[in-house]
Design a protein around this ligand. Structure first.
Ligand SMILES: *Cc1c(COP(=O)(O)O)cnc(C)c1O
Length: 391
């Protein structure tokens, strides 16, 4: 068997992780992902998917996917700069640029790759990157990959950000990077304040709106629409398709020179196979539904309200989140696991998130709601929480 010479250390570390309640494990899903899932053979009502608008299994997406697969085949066969960029990819880029009101859009094969590529492609040695401490791992890794200096500031603390901006060499190129909706807390970045500081210190702003796109704003344009940001103050916006869009992949929008620069220099764009054309075709179908079916956002908001009101009544402490991410902070890792297990015994699945994904002492249930949930589902969740907390 292939093993490394220090495998004893690996096995010790794994045992330690297990004892600390931090062991991560795959579970096997059979059939579609959605509100009702079969995990390890057990049917469960799921509150841990990021399919916020319930589009992942939509017939229109499936139809577009199958049709494009018949026409273009399955594998893209090459990177975008060789022969991987299909008519569907091109159409999707154009549709996204229009949707977001920006000159150009560029597709990436995943959100992780997009963030690495955007930050590393744009920032060089001598430049400075400022990141919120709770930013997604892919943003922090993008900063680490680039040769630029990376400074982190306390979560949404604008005074802390300003101190960092003052510290930096004023002639350096500066990029402020933030999640739009924070993935583990569900709160929304103070975009207008970020932009004001950016203007004052001649910095650019990049927003990762993985959890805001589709969900926030009348048309689902995410945080920039929610905050009614003026065109002149538009940040660079990156978004993913694996969440509200119900497909896979990611994009970034910006002006022509910015996008062209990434095409030349973003290593995770240049040196990777394009996503299958059929995925781009399905995403095009999804983008249409995201724009047209605002009832999905309205229903989701109603479920969020119902959940928050019910949880408050139970005395469950919630975080200040207006989004589909509704974390319940438990604190202790093992206690969070225990509550997760009790919920599972009642047929409910929630994310149990522990450090290092979240700060020490803030293990939590990451509850996510979807348009495909019903009032009854939310009531079931509240009842199960009540029971779990009584234990
Ligand atoms: C999920 C996520 C990503 C990564 O996107 P993938 O397409 O899943 O690789 C990046 N940023 C944030 C904030 C995310 O939640």
């Amino acid at each position: 068997m292939a093993s490394v010479p220090w495998s004893q250390l690996l096995s010790d570390n794994l045992a330690e992780r297990k004892a600390a309640g931090r062991y991560r494990q795959q579970r096997i899903r059979d059939g579609e992902q959605g509100v009702n899932v079969v995990i390890n053979g057990q049917p469960l009502l799921s509150f841990c998917s990021n399919d916020y608008l319930g589009l992942a299994n939509h017939p229109e997406l499936k139809k577009a996917f199958v049709h494009a697969a018949e026409y273009s085949g399955v594998g893209a066969g090459a990177a975008h700069l060789l022969t991987g960029h299909s008519v569907y990819h091109q159409q999707l880029e154009e549709a996204l640029a229009e949707f977001m009101g920006q000159e150009r859009a560029l597709l990436f094969s995943s959100g992780y790759q997009a963030n690495m590529g955007i930050i590393d492609g744009l920032m060089q040695r001598g430049d400075v990157i400022f990141q919120d401490k709770l930013n997604h791992a892919s943003l922090l890794d993008g900063g680490r990959l680039s040769a630029a200096t990376q400074l982190r500031y306390q979560h949404v603390d604008m005074a802390a950000l300003e101190r960092r901006l003052k510290q930096a060499d004023q002639t350096a190129h500066k990029l402020i990077v933030s999640d739009g909706v924070f993935s583990m807390d569900g709160d929304i970045a103070p975009l207008a304040e970020l932009q004001t500081l950016a203007n004052e210190y001649s910095a650019a702003v990049m927003i990762d709106d993985a959890h805001g796109l589709g969900v926030l704003g009348d048309k689902g344009r995410g945080i920039v629409e929610h905050d009614q940001i003026e065109l002149a103050d538009m940040p660079i916006v990156m978004g993913t398709f694996g969440k509200a869009f119900g497909t896979a992949g990611a994009f970034v929008v910006g002006d022509n020179d910015f996008i062209e620069t990434l095409i030349q220099q973003a290593r995770t764009y240049v040196y990777t196979t394009a996503q299958p054309a059929a995925i781009a075709a399905a995403t095009l179908a999804s983008l249409k539904l995201v724009q047209q079916e605002s009832w999905r956002r309205e229903k989701l908001q109603a479920l969020i309200k119902q959940f928050r009101a019910g949880a408050a009544e139970l005395g469950v402490k919630l975080m200040p989140s207006q989004t589909a991410i509704q974390p319940v902070v438990v604190g202790d890792d093992n206690k969070a696991i225990r509550i997760g297990k009790i919920l599972e015994q009642q047929g409910l699945l929630v994310g149990v998130i522990r450090p290092p994904t979240v700060p020490e002492g803030s293990a939590r249930l990451r509850i996510t709601l979807s348009t495909n949930h019903t009032e009854k589902h939310v009531k079931q969740l509240l009842n199960a929480l009540e029971l779990a907390y009584a234990h």
